[in-house]
Ligand binder design. Structure first.
Ligand code: HEC
Length: 244
């Protein structure tokens, strides 16, 4: 009887541990271990809720001296609703592991953890954040790309030559918390609707009240709040892996 209960218990525990970590289907067998895991690229991206991030997430496993380690096992963990493809892999010849990330259906920040085990079997991990934009924030982002980015983003792209370098007074990127969090929603509404002078700022910041509707301006404000870096009080919830 005792044996039977122990067996049953073991079975139940096995069952729960499996369902909790559905990502860890028998992964590849590592041929090396590292001492650290660092971001190569792909953190702090944004995409509409439920969609694939534009760039993959790439992390690198290093040894204690900072040299890349091929063949180390990296596993990714994320809150419910996030899809990671693949959820685990061995680092390639340059020590890197690439995964494609689809965000969950709720607007906010999603924390993604990449981890590997060092030679003493201790977990070394890296936490990254990605931003899922809700419907209104996505609309704000499109308006930003269309009307604002050419001055507020100093980098040029194939479709858009930045005007930033020509401006005598420099605008800020909307992610820049130090500047943007000093402005209330009413301030943002005023400067976007009526231009720089509404906040005693430069007239190089045009008025958009005749171009954009009130709800479009609200969408821009929602977008500006969502992309705050580091996150603001009002930049939306943070979803992290449950129980960690
Ligand atoms: C023609 C260039 C230009 C465009 C286009 C433009 N801005 Fe600006 N913006 C400025 C400049 C210059 C400032 C800085 C004014 C100052 O500090 O005196 C500014 C400042 C701001 C500020 C205050 C924070 C900061 O960056 O200093 C906000 C908010 C803002 N703009 C929002 C917008 C939005 C939203 C749009 C698109 C609808 C937009 N801007 C489009 C030039 C521009």
């Amino acid at each position: 009887m005792k044996v039977y209960i122990a067996f049953l218990l073991g079975f139940v525990m096995l069952g729960t541990s499996c369902s909790r970590k559905s990502a860890s289907a028998p992964g590849p067998t590592p041929t090396a271990v590292g001492a650290a895991i660092v971001e190569s690229s792909g953190g702090k991206q944004f995409a509409q809720t439920g969609s694939l991030l534009p760039q993959p997430l790439i992390v690198q496993v290093n040894d204690a001296q900072g040299t890349a380690i091929p063949g180390a096992l990296v596993e990714f963990a994320a809150p419910p609703g996030v899809t990671l493809d693949p959820p685990s892999a061995l680092s390639d010849s340059s020590g890197q592991v690439t995964t494609n990330v689809s965000l969950g259906g709720m607007a906010g920040r999603y924390q993604i953890t990449a981890f590997t085990l060092d030679k003493s079997h201790n977990k070394v991990e890296l936490k990254l954040e990605e931003i899922a934009l809700g419907y209104r924030q996505t609309l704000g982002r499109r308006l930003n790309d269309q009307y604002c980015d050419r001055c507020h983003n100093s980098e040029s792209t194939v479709e858009r030559v930045s005007n930033y370098d020509n401006l005598e007074v420099k605008p800020h990127p909307f992610s820049e918390k130090a500047t943007l969090s000093k402005l209330t929603d009413a301030d943002l509404n005023a400067i976007i609707t009526n231009g720089g002078p509404a906040l005693q700022k430069s007239a190089l910041m045009p008025a958009w009240g005749n171009t954009l509707s009130k709800s479009e301006i609200q969408a821009l404000i929602a977008y500006i709040r969502a992309v705050s870096d580091p996150p603001s009080r009002d930049s939306g919830p943070l979803y992290s892996e449950t129980g960690h």
